[in-house]
Design a binder for this molecule. Structure first.
Ligand code: HEM
Ligand code: MTE
Ligand code: MO
Length: 467
């Protein structure tokens, strides 16, 4: 009998390019799939996401691989086995406040490990209308708290003359259950394009700080009504506090206007479910706020306390961050009190396929992406250009029907277009229009701001055409 080659994890992880060979593992088996990459029915770039590591986390997202013909095909590329000693779990460094953070999906492109901030790669982002939980973008400011669902309590501070509530998870489940599809976008999505104009402070998000889920939970207005609050016209705010905190004990916090919180049509949820599952730890287990049409920063995770206040939350993230400024304001001159906190977001779209710098086939090109607008405004059209914005074609919109004034979720879009003969390069551009006929600005410079938020200029991708 032939002896089996044994490889370490390190050896496997150093095989991620055509030069070194492209290796993957399934269970304890090692495969050299270099020759298969260009033949992959799901495309080479998707397969490459797993290069140098295990296939399981990716195949868990795509059930098409659970078929015998796929296993047989893979078996042809087997080169050996993984070193069994490599399965020993790494030792845990207990003084690290992030040591207890959950395990993450390897497809995520990590912008910062501690705190954990990561986005799905574009070619997975628009593969599904509903983003699978394991690749939903994650934006944490602090370590992820590990909360016990049995002892969890949500404190709701009552109205004058009303009552304060301490709600268990069961209590929350006893309120009428609502389920809605909502897209969440970080104010810093596409910040990396602002950085190209001039340096900004913040994480280098590309186009993936946006994702969509079906959220289920109790309506905030029902919970506040039980605590004695009523819809009123006064200037008041609903403040949220997370159970994640920094070493000084300061918790993450944010607020929204009371009028939005009490408006049943605004559908603000205290969500306990994401895509039919309890919330994953990274996304706020056991309860988070979901504020449809509003910037991600107000969707407070690991929710501990809700209170109605005459003023906005005093949290750093409400008052000293997540605000927009004129391009000429710098860190010397900025006055954070002079600008309102970001609530609803402007119209947004981006191209997810092809990728910048890619080579596409001549003949026909398929262009894919997403489009969304804040405040429940529906996307009514996406225009795509192959010539840098001289001429435009209208893309086909996919995804759920959008309710008037409650279009909380994105549209995915697609355009199949002939590549003009003799063209060596394409400057692909997209821009969306919402139902207020709001449009995206054509360039980044006039909307540049020191924090790199609200980056929604036309998205541009430059590709080569194979001869
Ligand atoms: C489709 C093999 C890695 C995503 C397929 C199919 C095969 C295959 C045979 C067609 C199945 C059918 O329709 O019956 C493989 C092998 C891989 C690999 C051998 C590793 C060596 C991956 C990875 C991803 C992925 C890492 C995702 C990150 C997909 C998708 C499709 C697909 C989305 C469906 C394409 C479509 O329906 O248009 N793959 N795959 N694959 N694969 Fe993979
Ligand atoms: N809530 C708490 N408690 N702590 C946080 O760090 N980050 C906010 C918001 N809620 C945050 C939070 C920001 S800025 C964003 S964009 C969203 O959560 C991200 O939600 P996600 O990680 O589920 O995608
Ligand atoms: Mo964010």
């Amino acid at each position: 009998q032939e002896s089996t080659h044994i490889y370490t994890k390190e050896e496997v992880s150093s095989h991620t390019s055509p030069e070194t060979g492209i290796w993957v593992t399934l269970g304890s088996e090692v495969f050299d799939v270099t020759e298969f990459v260009d033949l992959h029915p799901g495309g080479p770039s998707k397969l490459m996401l797993a290069a140098g590591g295990p296939l399981e986390p990716f195949w868990a997202l795509y059930a098409v691989h659970n078929q015998s013909h796929v296993r047989e095909l893979l078996a042809q590329y087997k080169i050996g086995e993984l070193n069994p000693e490599d399965k020993v779990a790494p030792t845990v460094e207990t003084s690290d406040p992030y040591a207890d953070d959950p395990v993450r999906h390897p497809a995520l492109k990590v912008n910062s490990q501690r705190p954990f901030n990561a986005e799905p790669p574009p070619e997975l982002l628009t593969e599904n209308y509903i983003t699978p939980n394991p690749i939903f973008f994650t934006r944490n400011h602090l370590p992820v708290p590990n909360l016990d669902p049995d002892t969890y309590r949500l404190h709701v501070v009552g109205a004058p003359g009303g009552q304060s509530l301490s709600l268990s998870l069961d209590d929350l489940h006893n309120f009428p259950r609502y389920e809605i599809t909502v897209t969440l976008q970080c104010a810093g999505n596409r910040r990396s394009e602002m950085t190209q104009v001039k340096e900004v402070k913040g994480l280098e998000w590309r186009t993936g700080a946006i994702s969509t889920a079906r959220w289920a939970g109790a309506r905030l207005c029902d919970v506040l009504a039980q605590a004695g609050h009523q819809l009123c016209e006064t200037e008041a705010h609903v403040c949220f506090e997370g159970l994640d905190s920094d070493p000084t004990g300061t918790a993450y916090g944010a607020s929204i206007p009371l009028a939005r919180a009490m408006d049943p049509e605004a559908e603000v949820l205290l969500a306990y479910e994401m895509n039919g599952q309890p919330l994953p730890r990274d996304h706020g287990f056991p309860v988070r706020v979901v504020v449809p049409g509003v910037v991600g920063a107000r969707h407070v995770k690991w929710l501990g306390r809700v209170s109605v206040q005459p003023e906005e939350s005093y949290s750093h993230w409400q008052r000293r961050d997540y605000k927009g400024f004129s391009p000429s304001v710098d860190w010397e001159t900025v006055d954070f009190d002079s600008a309102p906190s970001i609530q609803e977001l402007p119209v947004q779209s981006a191209i997810t396929e092809p990728r910048d710098g890619e080579t596409v086939e001549s003949g026909e090109v398929t262009i894919k992406g997403y489009a969304w607008s804040g405040g429940g405004r529906a996307v009514i059209r996406v225009d795509v250009s192959l010539d840098g914005g001289l001429t435009w074609q209208v893309a086909k919109l996919d995804g759920e029907e959008q309710r008037p004034r409650k279009a909380w979720a994105w549209r995915l879009w697609q355009l199949k277009a002939p590549v003009p003969a003799g063209q060596k390069e394409l400057n692909i551009v997209c821009k969306a229009v919402d139902d207020g006929y709001n449009v995206q600005p054509d360039t980044v410079a006039p909307i540049w701001n020191l924090r790199g938020v609200l980056s929604n200029a036309w998205h541009r991708v430059h590709v080569y055409v194979s001869p």
